[in-house]
Design a protein around this ligand. Structure first.
Ligand code: ATP
Length: 270
């Protein structure tokens, strides 16, 4: 079987409306949308459009969602891959796959390339040399750096990468002309959780007793992904109980269930 190297989405429907909270991050990526939509406006004054930005933050906070929304807002193709798949699935061919990816994106430019979990390929070189596949990873990383350096000023491909461990990344990645911008994507505060609930409650048949303020207060520490899970889980619980709408109790049960899941996950990690 032929493993998929990367996903290509030429008709991204995600927009900033789907991304709740994250006002600062949205403002920063709005600039990237403008570069992609109207590059000449910037280059004709001699400016260089950035080649890459790093989205940094805990799991499930909307990094992938935000990157996709950039492509959706700019109406450009979205090429995506995950660093961990890359290292696991493409032993021996990582570098050539990176070359293919950039070639495709350049042909379809303007475009976004999104690399999730870039730490899997972008860890500082020469450390943790016990994995055996380290040469492979280094070759892949070197190819990525080469590709980014090779972009001309008018290539019009912007590479977004996500990580929750910016501290382990090879400093070479952050050098000027590579991922020289960092955009922080944090866990939502109570007001942002409210906004995230609003987004994920949109498709749900809600009972009149549902109170978004209450739900946001019940979910400290939850990421956007956790909240999306709560909403879906609540709908499934309500359906299982033969209800016509999803009510407060279904949400409380869903919150308990998600907290249970999070506790289990944390136990495994520590
Ligand atoms: P990871 O680091 O685990 O890859 P991530 O930061 O890329 O996580 P996403 O994959 O973007 O997180 O989020 C998963 C899902 O959680 C999204 O598809 C969306 O449904 C929901 N979600 C996360 N953050 C938000 C947000 N700010 N607004 C609305 N939905 C969100």
């Amino acid at each position: 079987s032929k493993a998929k190297l990367f996903d290509e989405n030429t008709d991204v429907k995600t927009s900033f409306r789907d991304v709740a909270g994250l006002e600062g991050a949205k403002e920063e990526v709005q600039e990237i949308v403008d570069f992609l939509k109207n590059p000449e406006k910037y280059t004709k004054l001699g400016g260089k459009i950035p080649k890459g930005a790093l989205l940094v933050g805990p799991p499930g906070t909307g990094k992938t969602l935000l990157a996709k929304a950039v492509a959706g807002e700019a109406k450009v193709p979205f090429f995506s891959l995950s660093g961990s798949d890359f290292v696991e699935m493409f032993v021996g061919v990582g570098a050539s796959r990176v070359r293919d990816l950039f070639k495709q994106a350049k042909e379809k430019s303007p475009a976004i390339i999104f690399i999730d979990e870039i730490d899997a390929i972008g860890r500082a070189r020469g450390k943790n040399n016990f994995s055996g596949s380290n040469d492979e990873r280094e070759n892949t990383l070197n190819q990525l750096l080469t590709e980014m350096d090779g972009f001309g000023t008018n290539t019009n491909v912007i590479v977004l990468a996500a990580t929750n461990r910016a501290d382990v990344l090879d400093k070479a990645l952050m050098r000027a002309g590579r991922f020289d911008r960092q955009i922080f994507v944090d866990l939502p505060d109570i007001n942002e959780r409210k906004e995230i609930f609003e987004v994920h409650l949109r498709p749900i048949k809600k009972s009149d007793d549902l109170d978004i303020d209450f739900l946001s207060r019940q979910t400290p520490g939850f990421s956007g992904a956790d909240i999306a899970n709560v909403c879906n889980e609540a709908a499934l619980i309500a359906a299982r109980n033969g209800k016509k709408a999803v009510d407060k109790q279904d949400f409380l049960d869903a919150v308990d269930r998600i907290i249970g899941g999070l506790e289990k996950k944390n136990k495994i990690v520590t």
